[in-house]
Ligand binder design. Structure first.
Ligand SMILES: NC(=O)c1ccc[n+]([C@@H]2O[C@H](COP(=O)([O-])OP(=O)(O)OC[C@H]3O[C@@H](n4cnc5c(N)ncnc54)[C@H](O)[C@@H]3O)[C@@H](O)[C@H]2O)c1
Ligand SMILES: Cc1cc2c(cc1C)N(C[C@H](O)[C@H](O)[C@H](O)COP(=O)(O)O)c1[nH]c(=O)[nH]c(=O)c1N2
Length: 180
C-alpha cells in the first residue's frame, strides 16, 4: 500500500538519477560520528581483526548486531570462513590500536598491541574494551562493496568505566559519561 502510494507520488524524472560523487558522500558521512570497534575472529581460517565504525544494534530478541565488512579487505576470507567474530567497543586511549587494525599492518603486529582473552566462540576479546560482544554470524548479505554481517551475541564482557572513543570529522574524540 505504502509502496504503491510512494510510486504514484514520485517526482523523479524517468531514468536513473545521476550518481553522487563518492567524495561528497564521504564528506557528509564524516559528519556522522560513530563508535569505533575492533572486530576479531579466530578459527580454521586463522586469527584476524579490523577496525570498524559501521556497526549497530539490530534487535535484542535475539541479541543481534550488524557489522559491515569491505569484501576487498585482507581479513575478509578469514571472517567468512570462521563464521564467528567478536565486536570489541573501543574506549578512551585506544586510538593507536584503532590505527593498527585500520589496515596495512601485519596481523601479528596488530594483536601484539593489545591484551586478549577468549569467551564462547574463541574470537579474541580485548581485555580493556568498553564492552565486547562475542558472536556467531547468522546471516550475511552483500550490498555494494561490503557484506553486511548479522551477528548473534552468545557472550558479553563489560569494561570498567563508561567512556568511549568516537570517530567524527576524520578524528578521534574521547567521551565519558558525567557522574550520576
Ligand atoms: N564503512 C567503511 O568501510 C569505513 C568506515 C570508516 C572508514 N573507513 C576507511 O578508513 C579510512 C579513513 O577514513 P576517514 O573516515 O578518515 O576518511 P574518508 O574520507 O575515507 O571517509 C569518510 C567517511 O565515509 C565513510 N566511508 C569511507 N570509506 C567508506 C567505504 N569504503 N564504504 C562505506 N563508507 C565509507 C565512513 O563513514 C567514513 O567515516 C579510509 O580508507 C576509509 O575507507 C571505512
Ligand atoms: C576509523 C575507521 C573505521 C573503519 C575502518 C578504518 C578506520 C580507521 N575500516 C577500514 C578497515 O579497518 C581496513 O580496511 C581493515 O583493517 C582491512 O585492512 P587491510 O586490508 O587488512 O589492510 C572499515 N572497514 C570496513 O570494512 N568496515 C568499517 O566499518 C570500517 N570502519
Amino acid at each position: 500500500m505504502l509502496l504503491n502510494a510512494m510510486a504514484s507520488n514520485h517526482v523523479m524524472p524517468s531514468g536513473a538519477p545521476p550518481a553522487l560523487p563518492k567524495a561528497d558522500y564521504r564528506n557528509a558521512m564524516a559528519r556522522l560520528g560513530a563508535a569505533v570497534n575492533i572486530i576479531t575472529t579466530d578459527g580454521p581460517a586463522g586469527r584476524a581483526g579490523f577496525t570498524a565504525s559501521a556497526v549497530c544494534s539490530v534487535t535484542d530478541e535475539p541479541p543481534m548486531l550488524l557489522v559491515c565488512l569491505n569484501r576487498s579487505a585482507s581479513v575478509y576470507p578469514a571472517f567468512t570462513a570462521n563464521g564467528v567474530l567478536c565486536v570489541n567497543v573501543l574506549a578512551a586511549g585506544h586510538q593507536a590500536l584503532s590505527g593498527l587494525f585500520g589496515g596495512k599492518t601485519p596481523m601479528d603486529e596488530r594483536f601484539a598491541a593489545g591484551r586478549w582473552s577468549r569467551k564462547a566462540t574463541g574470537s579474541p576479546v580485548l581485555e580493556d574494551a568498553a564492552a565486547s560482544f562475542d558472536c556467531r554470524v547468522v546471516q550475511a548479505t552483500s550490498a555494494g562493496t561490503h557484506d553486511v554481517l548479522f551477528c548473534e551475541a552468545l557472550a558479553i564482557a563489560m569494561g570498567g568505566a563508561a567512556q568511549s572513543l568516537i570517530y567524527f570529522d576524520r578524528r578521534y574524540h574521547e567521551i565519558a559519561a558525567p557522574p550520576h
